[in-house]
Design a binder for this molecule. Structure first.
Ligand SMILES: Cc1cc2nc3c(=O)[nH]c(=O)nc-3n(C[C@H](O)[C@H](O)[C@H](O)COP(=O)(O)O)c2cc1C
Length: 361
């Protein structure tokens, strides 16, 4: 039903600039009643981070930056949603236009720069829905003008613990100058140590808020070695791989738009983000779960992420082109693949990581 509505609305939405179309989409979702969560086939259920996810298909950060419509998004059939990025103080982000559709490439470039209503507003919105069913996480970042970026993450963790199922430390957005430097070993060690300490202090309950780290696809394998070692040493619960890329593959057709500054997501990100996911899996050796993000636009793409090592997948850009009907299409497709291959999601995780890391898709 909602898929059919999207097909009708798509030409009108795509005639608007991408940010206005997105604002209208959020407004439309906010007008929808919150429905009971649609049931999923038990074969799609996954137990990750000590939590039962009804299906492995999640919404990636950046879609509902201001935490306005988590329950409506869960109602579309996602197994979990990641809200945000949220930063402590409200900030406007970069001037518009700051998001571009590369239609022929089924890709998006954005340079939002973590525009956020701020932590207090996010907290209030999350508190209002607290206790409702569904797995909801929040992506957290640092203010652009912050003099102590680590303190920003710590504050977000202190204030959001208990209100979200998981918090994702975003050190991989290309649109806040210097943010990705936090992926450097010394910074990262301090950031993760203080983040975990803040979580443990704020959340004494038995089921602690899960802390994830989201990384960029544009890192060397040496940097990945260091990130994985630091994350494991500091007790991070999982890694999300990956954020958008600053690279511009030669294969992009929309040459003029490709020259825009920002992070590229969607179809052209699928191969590089899946390779780095597989490389991460080979280093993590099943000690913590991974979430695979980047260019998921079909059941086959989600399946490849799982075979590369993802216990859960997320998507954003493909929703712009294919609409919410894609969620059910992926779930139905995964069930078909599981039946055909006579396997389970749990068995498939990381099965082909070595091949996929080498680019053998
Ligand atoms: C418009 C837009 C805004 C985004 N904002 C955030 C953000 O605030 N924090 C974050 O970690 N990732 C953000 N992302 C990255 C996505 O969460 C995801 O990692 C990336 O888009 C790759 O997935 P996709 O190819 O399915 O879009 C954003 C992506 C887009 C397209």
């Amino acid at each position: 039903m909602i898929g059919a509505l999207f097909s009708l609305a798509k030409p009108a939405l795509h005639a608007l600039d991408a940010e206005t179309a997105h604002q209208l989409t959020i407004r439309g979702l906010s007008l929808m009643p919150v429905m009971p969560l649609p049931p999923d086939d038990p074969r799609l259920g996954v137990d990750v981070f000590g939590k039962a996810f009804p299906n492995p298909v999640g919404l990636a950060a950046g879609f509902d930056k201001q935490c306005e419509v988590p329950d409506q998004l869960l109602g579309l059939g996602f197994g979990f949603v990641e809200l945000g990025g949220v930063v402590p103080k409200p900030q406007a982000g970069n001037p518009r236009p700051r998001v571009f559709r590369l239609t022929q490439d089924e890709a998006v470039i954005n340079r939002f720069g973590l525009n956020s209503d701020g932590l207090d507003v996010a907290r209030e919105r999350l508190a209002r829905r607290h206790g409702r069913p569904g797995v909801v996480g929040v992506n957290i970042g640092a203010n652009k003008d912050s003099s102590d970026r680590i303190a920003d993450y710590v504050l977000c963790i202190e204030r959001l613990c208990g209100l979200a199922d998981f918090l994702t430390i975003n050190v991989s957005s290309p649109n806040t100058p210097g943010l990705r430097d936090l992926q450097g070993e010394a910074f990262l060690d301090d950031l993760l140590a203080r983040s975990i300490e803040a979580r443990d202090k704020a959340d004494r309950s038995r089921s602690k808020t899960i802390i994830l780290l989201k990384i960029a696809p544009d890192i060397s394998l040496d940097t990945l070695d260091a990130i994985v070692a630091t994350a494991l040493r500091r007790g991070i619960d999982g890694l999300t791989v990956s954020n958008t890329t600053v690279a511009r593959p030669d294969t992009l057709k929309e040459k003029t738009l490709a020259a825009e500054t920002g992070g590229l997501s969607g179809k052209p990100l699928f191969v590089p983000s899946t390779k780095i996911l597989a490389e991460t899996f080979l280093r993590v050796e099943r000690r913590i779960p991974l979430i695979g993000v980047g260019g998921v636009d079909s059941a086959e793409a989600a399946w490849a992420k799982i075979r590369a090592g993802a216990s859960l997948v997320q998507l954003y850009s493909a929703m712009v082109y294919k609409g919410p009907g894609l969620i059910n299409e992926i779930k139905t497709g995964l069930l078909r693949i599981l039946a055909y291959e006579k396997t389970s999601l749990a068995q498939a995780i990381g099965r082909d990581a070595t091949d996929l890391a080498q680019g053998r898709f």
